[in-house]
Design a protein around this ligand. Structure first.
Ligand SMILES: [Cu+2]
Length: 67
């Protein structure tokens, strides 16, 4: 039996200025669509919140802290 959980694995991450974060949905065990599917380079320090618009109500949210 497989259980479907709509969450980001490593939802809260800390990166350095200049690092990139990739949302790798190819490793998604269940082929359902998500809206956070990109690579983003962080060029300034701060906190970036992100969300899957489809599954936000299920807790599919996270933050990238850029130091
Ligand atoms: Cu989603």
């Amino acid at each position: 039996m497989r259980v479907q959980v709509n969450r980001f694995l490593a939802a809260n991450v800390v990166v350095e200025v200049g690092d990139s974060v990739t949302f790798d949905m190819a490793r998604n065990a269940f082929p359902v669509p998500h809206t956070s599917t990109f690579t983003m380079k962080f060029t300034k320090a701060g906190t970036c919140s992100y969300v899957c618009l489809i599954h936000a109500g299920m807790g599919m949210v996270g933050q990238v802290v850029v130091q």
